[in-house]
Design a protein around this ligand. Structure first.
Ligand code: NAD
Ligand code: DAU
Length: 350
């Protein structure tokens, strides 16, 4: 039996990856390590938490000694590393948490893995999950390739870029068996409502203003989260050692167009008249250093591993709206407590 560590498994993407691995690989023992920050929520995993091949460990990747003890205890065969501080706006308000978790935390995991794999790397793998934001901001043309030079522009993307460099450095210097991927914007169930899609669904339902940064002209490439999880499974098992794979939805939307689409769907589902909630759109001060456009060229993963998105945007987006409208209790739980303080600082006192 292989033992696989998934970090950040109580978060948005991590919970989909844990679910996929636990269900698909009964022969693996899946250990989910998560600090349970504001973004981590074990109720994301209630459907698999009693499976015999699943274990949860609460821990902090910034604590090197704790990580070494965990690796000594479980003798992991593989690591799928998703734990991170992930929200750009929070990185602007408080960069240090991002430096600690995203950079120091990643190196702690690399060191702990290297220590337990000292007798040889045969059958071992360290998979680092990253973002397209490391490549910087595109103009109207072009897409990010795996060979695009890094040009991170927010504390979040700079911290992810640093961790990517360190993972590659451990490959070249110590021959650590690593693989990496850089993905575009995900949407789907269990995303914390600080990110555009769940935040705006929540606000439309509650008739609250929809804070559009700048002119709403920025473009993102949207991918359904379960398609990302499928890509992660493929890369973990079949990706070539030392390689990086870009993952994207081939699905670019200008923010304002996406928001109008969202309003159309939510209004319909709530029985409101068409376009009723357009009045909630409120243009606010732009995000500092706001990257204009991201777009992924996912040719490499398609040609090498046969991966392509399976979920059509129209279907994925509608089912995502359904999920948030149906799971009001989940939204209410995660938006109580500290969330109110964050919301006030980010949107009311701007
Ligand atoms: P998330 O914020 O929803 O979840 C992050 C998880 O990491 C949470 O469960 C949190 O508790 C945990 N965590 C944070 N700090 C920790 C620490 N110090 N020790 C242990 N656990 C800690 O993030 P997400 O959106 O699911 O993103 C997951 C990964 O995917 C991140 O590495 C992110 O950079 C990357 N990514 C995200 C997207 C996206 O659109 N969301 C796109 C591309 C890449
Ligand atoms: O591209 C991948 C990245 O996508 C991931 O690495 C990040 O972890 C993830 O958070 C996401 O980053 P973005 O900054 O693109 O996502 P966010 O949902 O915060 O914002 C999407 C776009 O919407 C962006 O152009 C900013 C804008 N926006 C966002 C919020 C929260 C608004 O206009 N208003 C808002 O209130």
């Amino acid at each position: 039996m292989k033992t696989i560590l998934i970090t950040g498994g109580a978060g948005f993407i991590g919970s989909h990856v844990v679910r996929l691995f636990v269900n698909k690989y009964p022969q693996y023992r899946i250990v989910n390590l998560d600090k349970l920050t504001y973004a981590g929520n074990l109720t994301n995993l209630t459907d698999i938490e009693n499976k015999p091949n699943y274990v949860f460990e609460r821990g902090d990747i910034t604590d090197g000694d704790q990580m070494q003890q965990l690796f000594d205890k479980y003798q992991f065969d593989g690591v799928v590393h998703l734990a991170a501080e992930s929200h750009v706006d929070r990185s602007i308000a408080n960069p240090m948490e991002f430096i600690m978790t995203n950079i120091v935390g990643t190196v702690n995991l690399l060191n702990a893995a290297r220590a337990i794999w000292k007798d040889g790397f045969e059958g071992k793998r360290f998979y680092h999950i990253s973002t397209d934001e490391v490549y910087g901001s595109l103009g109207d043309e072009g897409k990010f390739l795996e060979t695009t030079p890094y040009d991170p522009r927010s504390p979040y993307s700079a911290s992810k870029a640093s961790s990517d460099h360190l993972v590659r450095a451990y490959f070249h210097t110590f021959h650590m068996p690593v693989v990496l991927s850089n993905c575009s914007n995900n949407y789907g169930p269990y995303q914390f409502p600080e990110k555009l899609v769940p935040l705006f669904i929540h606000n439309i339902r509650n008739n609250k203003p929809l804070p559009v940064y700048g002119k709403g002209e920025n473009v993102r490439d949207w991918l359904y989260v379960e398609d990302h999880a499928i890509a992660i499974d493929l890369i973990f098992h079949k990706g070539r050692e030392g390689e990086t794979y870009n993952i994207g939805g081939n699905n670019e939307w200008q923010n304002i167009k996406l928001i109008q689409k969202l309003i159309e769907i939510v209004d319909l589902k709530l029985g409101r008249s068409a376009g009723e909630s357009l009045k909630l759109i409120t243009y606010v001060k732009d995000r500092a250093g706001h990257d204009l456009r991201y777009a992924i060229d996912a040719t490499k993963i398609k040609e090498e591993l046969g991966w392509e998105p399976t979920v059509k945007f129209t279907e994925g987006f509608e089912s995502t709206v359904d999920w948030y409208l149906t799971n009001e209790e989940w939204l209410n739980n995660v938006t109580s407590g500290d969330y109110q303080k964050y919301y006030e600082q980010q949107y009311v006192k701007r």
